[in-house]
Structures are given as structure tokens and as C-alpha cells.
Design a protein around this ligand. Sequence first.
Ligand code: SAH
Ligand code: SF4
Length: 374
Amino acid sequence: MQFTPAKPTIYGETLDSLTAVLTAHGHPAFRARQILEWLYKKRVGTWDEMTNLSRPLRAWLAAQFELDPTSFVLTKQSEDVTDKLLLELGDRSLIETVIIRAPQLGVGQENSRKTICISTQVGCAMGCRFCASGLEGLKRNLSAGEIVHQLIQVCRQEDSRTPRAHAELVSFDNLVVMGMGEPLHNYDAIMRALTILNAEWGLAFGARRITLSTSGLVPRIKQLADEPLGIRLAISLHGATNEVREKIMPVNKAWPLEKLLPAVREFSDKHGRMVTLEFILIEEINDSLEQAEKLRDIAYDLHAHVNLIPYNTVEGLPWKRPSLTRQEKFANILFDGGVSVTLRREKGHAIDAACGQLRLKTEKAREAAAGSPV
Ligand code: SAH
Ligand code: SF4
């Protein structure tokens, strides 16, 4: 499922593919590096700013490639902690990219750190019952260039706020693939995008500062373990037994815990680093003390870090987060069992911090304005 734009975006090209296109049309190979430098180091917004390229080459590039596959719609801010960028794609689909200025995700981060959360699909096919992104199914995959361009949009915003210490640096510290969509369901595009973001001719962003979150597509986790790109992995567990997980995550029917957990172990053995298990706490669904004990055993056994996330209410869904006392009791069972655990104190609740909610609201508003679905 893919949108085919009139022209491909240049942000989907690698050094090799761009060199190949250029040379096939009689342009010298060294132009590719010059173009990529304008895109990723200088982050220009128009072809005409690429002043060391000849006019005919700029005109040729403009005829071949789309320069801005996403356009900025609005930013929503929350207590100086989270910025959500709502972006529109060529087919008018909406996606979200989030800038988090607080230690909410991952292990051992400091206060000043900035984490960017990117989307990989419009909607999601996995149908997790608690999640806004999956409510209306999958609309389409994002292309590699659309994924990469989210970071360019973030860089442009951040570049205008905070002058860069070094012209070529990006002004964020961590990247999490945890926005809308199941990244491993759009495997080739996300791997190409991450390769571009990581490459020295791209954003030169370290693979170890990238975390990909998946609902648990086992064959793809195995494939990811064999990739040379050493990114971190997070698993959306949300249930410590098949019985509980299956009720809220249909993916558990195809890939139950007895298949998922060995694949996670294989990944962490190959990479020699801790995997994160994400566990949303939902009242009376998965917050029992038995679940905490089972989760403790799983995490201990896998030598995994556990990220407990109090549930963010989704309009139209009945789920709620447990009380703070209950959240802490749950966390303490893991902590006392010697498991590395963080309990996220969710500050973005006020601005629909869970994935997909801002987009859904805007789409509903559009539908209402147009009197029919867009
Ligand atoms: N599809 C991937 C990545 C995107 S979802 C995955 O499922 O891992 C990113 C994280 O947000 C997942 O852990 C997901 O379970 C969680 N999430 C979804 N809806 C949420 C909600 N309403 N409150 C809190 N976390 C939520
Ligand atoms: Fe998709 Fe992840 Fe939401 Fe599940 S939690 S529906 S996999 S985006």
C-alpha cells in the first residue's frame, strides 16, 4: 500500500542511488555529495539555494524530484515539554512528529535531552484495541523520503529556535520510531530511511541513539537482528501472559509470547545491549499484581529494561490509567525483583500525547468542514 507521487522525493535517495541517477543522465558523480550536503548539512528549502550547482542542473533536479514531500500544518505545544508537529503529505494525509524535551523515553536520559518521535505509516493495520493510530486501520505506508523529511522539518524548527553550535550538527539527542504505524510492517522504507539518517552524507545521526518500537512481528525482529545498523529495540508488550496480551493486541494470535520472547532474546544476544519492554498500564486490563510478577520474570530472564507508561485516554475508548498508588505498586514489584524499570510521568497527556490522536482530531474536523470524509 503506497502512494505514488508525480515525482519521487529526493529525501528517499541514498548516495549510491543519487549518484546512479545523476551519472545515467550525464552529470558528474561528485554532484551527488554536493546535493546531499545542501539537503542534510545546510538544510536548504529550495533548489535555488544550492548555489554551487549550475542553473541547468538545478532545473533538471526540480523536474526529477520533489523537494518537500511533507508540509508543515501546525505545532501544538504542551507545558514546554512536548511539541507535536502535524504534517501534511502529498495526498493530503496527515502524520505527526513529536519533539519531547523531557526524560520520558529510554534509559538514563538527562533533563535537557531532546527526543524526536517519528511516524512510519498513515494509520496502522495492527488493530491494538487501546491505540488511536489503529482505530481506522491502515491508510498507507510512508515512503523512506517521507520518513526522513519528518526529521528535516524538526531540524528546521529547532534550527530557528536554537542556533547550532556547529553548522552541521542536528539539535536533538535521541530518535524513537514510536509514532503512528508499525515500523516493521513497512520494513524496507524504515530501514532505508534509518540508513539515510545514519549515513555520514545524511544526518550522520548515531544508530545507538535510535530506538525502534514494534508490536512484535517476529520474522521482522529476526531480520532486524541481522542488519548491520545497530539500532536499539523496544517491544510493546502490554501483557505479560498470552491471555491478557491477546485481548488487547491481535498480533499476539500470530506471534504469541513463546515465539516473541525468544526472538527478543536473539536480538539482544546479537547486539549485546538491553532491549526495552514497553508496558502501558491500563486499569483492570493489565495492572494486576500477577501481571507485575510475570512481567518481572520475563524482564529478568531477558535482562531487559521495562518502561511503564500510564495509559493516555483516547476519545471514544473506555480505557483508563490506574491510580498513582497502583502504578507505583506495580513498578515496585519489578524494582524489588532486580529489574531495571522506569515509570513514565506523563506530562504530554494534556496535548493528546499518545500516538495518532492529534491527527484523528484534525481529520474529523476536516470531515466536518467538508461535510464528507476526505
Ligand atoms: N507500532 C509500534 C510503534 C508505535 S506505537 C508499537 O506498537 O510499538 C508507540 C507506543 O505507544 C507503543 O508502545 C504503543 O503501545 C503506545 N501507545 C499506543 N496508544 C497509547 C495510549 N493511548 N497511551 C499510552 N501509550 C500508547
Ligand atoms: Fe499500531 Fe503500535 Fe498503535 Fe498497535 S500500538 S495499533 S502496532 S501504532
